[in-house]
Design a protein around this ligand. Structure first.
Ligand SMILES: [Zn+2]
Length: 155
């Protein structure tokens, strides 16, 4: 059923409905009770894949959408083309930490009736908010999704 938060008073919208909407719109699953060690293990099992591609894998990240994927990698300062087995422990933890924080922040913005647009640092942006360099934009293989990253800040 189509559901639009902007057409209804927030008070009538249950948290469950908003979560469902977030999942449909942004691919955000309520990753709220996840097991971090299990997740790292799953990621490590896919060492040959690019991290930017793996983040879209529904079997592992249970529904991170494309917007979130771009924002997570920017905040973790990781180039989407890096292979999983090239990531060190701290980089892995940074990805997981930002995934958690951003999922919550997106959800909260929606619950508060705000959009997420102001929270986006690279998605559909032209310049890096940190170093002001022009962002790279392309469609990543093999997923062909819109990919934005800063060559300067993301290694
Ligand atoms: Zn930058």
């Amino acid at each position: 059923m189509p559901f639009c938060i902007y057409n209804a008073p927030i008070i009538e919208i249950g948290k469950k409905d908003v979560e469902k909407m977030l999942l449909n719109e942004y691919g955000i699953d309520a990753l709220f009770n996840w097991n971090e060690e299990k997740l790292i293990e799953l990621i490590r099992q896919n060492g040959e894949r690019k991290i930017g591609d793996l983040l879209l894998d529904q079997h592992i990240f249970a529904g991170i959408g494309n917007i979130l994927r771009n924002e997570i990698l920017f905040r973790a300062r990781i180039n989407p083309e890096r292979k999983v087995n090239e990531l060190n422990e701290n980089e892995m933890k940074a990805i997981i930490q930002h995934t958690k924080e951003l999922s919550h922040a997106f959800l909260k913005a929606k619950l508060d009736g705000r959009g997420i647009k102001n929270m986006l640092m690279v998605y559909n942006r032209k310049f890096c908010p940190i170093c002001k360099t022009k962002l790279k934009f392309y469609r990543q293989e093999p997923n062909k999704r819109k990919t934005f990253y800063c060559e300067n800040c993301q290694k």
